[in-house]
Design a protein around this ligand. Structure first.
Ligand code: SF4
Length: 122
């Protein structure tokens, strides 16, 4: 980056817990110069606190509603699952829901493996 270019907005998807009082970026805030699904995210410009409620299980409705209209909810969810994002609502899913998705996928993969193994023995 040259000196004349503005510094990019802080990195998206910080996989860390912010310090108390730290202003969070929206989970998918716009980064000048970046391309891709983040630029059409329904959460662009919305207060990130909406996506990081104190109690995800009780206060995630607004975020989920926004995600429900987001054209990139699937890649967002896959991103959060891939990086094991610990906080917030991503792709319309809370951390607990993402863990549940991961467990289901693991079980399905294990089932497929055992079916393949059984098939190769016959
Ligand atoms: S699914 Fe939700 S968190 Fe993800 S980009 Fe869309 S609005 Fe933002």
């Amino acid at each position: 980056m040259s000196i004349s270019e503005p510094a990019p907005t802080p990195v998206l998807h910080l996989n860390r817990t912010p310090a108390i009082g730290e202003v969070r970026q929206s989970p998918l805030s716009f980064v000048p110069g970046s391309k891709g699904w983040q630029q059409v995210a329904a959460c662009r410009g919305i207060d990130a606190a909406v996506f990081f409620p104190e109690d995800e299980n009780d206060d995630a409705d607004i975020a989920k509603k926004i995600c429900g209209h987001c054209p990139v909810a699937q890649p967002c969810l896959e991103y959060a699952i891939t990086v094991r994002e610990k906080d917030g609502v991503w792709g319309g899913a809370t951390q607990r829901e993402r863990r549940s998705i991961i467990r289901r996928r693991r079980r399905a993969a294990a089932r497929q493996r055992s079916e393949r193994e059984l098939g190769s023995r016959n």
